[in-house]
Design a protein around this ligand. Structure first.
Ligand code: SAH
Length: 391
């Protein structure tokens, strides 16, 4: 097995549980360091620290899987997957059959995402190391929870940086239908796991959708960046006066209409509108009692942060202007590079420029199936604020 020895003092974060080793932290190696493989990590004095997955093509050279001397095989994955599954099953209850089973670093399996949608799993293998263990991982998934099928959606920038091509298709079992029916807190949704955004549904907003339903009674709601209408269904379920569902994606809105219908809200007051939310918020003069602002990530890289904060400020400024006195804004950022404190400052700037006085009524974020490792705070990508404007 490849052995990597770290530079003096570069072992400290790793010993404390951070899973990432960049190329600059490595002093020397024993074995072939040009291969994707399991590697043992040592400090400068040859003390063993942990075991991880090595990729010579990435600056992020190793991602640790364990701080124990254990083989990385099917049984390693079945143990981790079974622990994750037990926790989700205990916490989420029978009214929810769609959730994130494995959240990468947050489940101590960096490079792997597994989402469950009813009787299908959707997997994303983000790193060359995880890709090389696909067979073991799929066998472990089948062992712990047999499903009708396992589908792969390994795409995106991280995979490119790892030197991997996108991979989409059936990994096991029966090919999924065009849409899969799921339940979330007893609400029904159709999910397109083949072509939908992310793995098909924004599972990470479950708790905030539920929170919205507690606020919606008798209020007019604008669901901006609505995707397939998740927040809209919960707003109706919470007896909203009317709900506007707004997004730029036609396929997403077609599913949103079906989702409204599926839950019995086809004729409930409201509208489904396709358009650019930036333009709509700037130009429309409609007022709402509640606005949900859940844009896509505006900062994909650290370098995009300046432009992104400008975008978030613009959206929040204009959304605040549309709120009635006492109105509520649920505002989110899913950019990993925008920390919570900076997001709050951007929203503060927006409130000042909008001339509104605002209180924070709740901090919003990941539900329990999206755990963040305390040792890897970078994993907290989703942050949200529930705000109330004074007058
Ligand atoms: N709130 C949703 C998830 C939103 S994801 C849920 O709970 O399911 C972000 C959404 O923003 C996507 O549906 C995408 O189609 C949409 N989007 C991206 N750019 C947009 C724009 N300029 N105007 C309106 N919608 C946009």
């Amino acid at each position: 097995m490849l052995q990597l020895f770290l530079k003096p003092s570069r072992d400290l974060p790793i010993r404390r549980g951070h899973p990432w080793i960049f190329s600059g932290a490595i002093e020397r190696c024993e074995g072939d360091d040009q291969v994707v493989d399991v590697a043992d990590i040592y400090d400068n004095k040859k003390n063993w620290i942990g075991r991880g997955l090595h990729n010579p093509k990435s600056q992020l050279r190793v991602r640790l899987l364990t701080w124990n001397k254990q083989p990385i095989d099917q049984s390693f994955f079945s143990t981790r997957l079974a622990q994750a599954l037990t926790f989700r099953s205990e916490q989420l209850g029978a009214a929810t059959n769609a959730y994130r089973l494995i959240n990468g670093e947050g489940d101590f399996l960096p490079g792997l995402i597994v989402d469950r949608y009813a009787d299908y799993f959707v997997c994303q293998f983000y790193t060359a190391g995880m890709e090389s263990l696909k067979k073991e991982i799929i066998a472990a998934l089948i062992e712990i929870a047999p499903m009708t099928g396992i589908f792969e959606r390994s795409e995106g920038r991280v995979r490119e940086e790892e030197g991997l091509e996108p991979a989409v298709g059936v990994l096991a079992g029966i090919a999924p239908p065009e849409t899969i029916g799921i339940e979330e807190n007893g609400r029904k949704f159709l999910v397109d796991i083949r072509r939908g955004q992310k793995t098909g549904f924004f599972l990470d907003q479950r708790d905030s959708r539920q929170f919205l339903s507690t606020l919606a009674r008798g209020r007019s709601v604008l669901n901006c960046f609505a995707y397939t209408g998740g927040f809209s269904v919960y707003a109706h379920a919470g007896f909203a006066k009317q709900v506007v569902t707004f997004d730029s994606s036609l396929p997403a809105l077609e599913l949103a209409e079906k989702n409204l219908e599926l839950n019995g809200y086809a004729d409930a007051p409201g509208e489904v509108i396709k358009g650019d939310a930036f333009a709509y918020l700037k130009e429309s003069d409609s007022k709402f009692d509640v606005i949900v602002l859940d844009p896509p990530s505006l900062a994909h890289r650290r370098g995009d942060l300046d432009a992104a904060t400008g975008g978030y400020k613009f959206l929040n400024l204009h959304a605040l202007k549309h709120l009635t006195p006492g109105g509520i804004l649920l505002t989110f950022s899913c950019s990993q590079h925008l920390p919570r404190d900076l997001f709050q400052k951007v929203v503060f700037g927006a409130a000042v420029d909008a001339g509104r006085k605002v209180t924070i009524i709740k901090q919003l974020g990941h539900p329990i199936d999206h755990p963040v490792s305390l040792h890897h705070p970078e994993g907290e990508y989703l942050k949200g604020l529930a705000l109330r404007v004074m007058d």
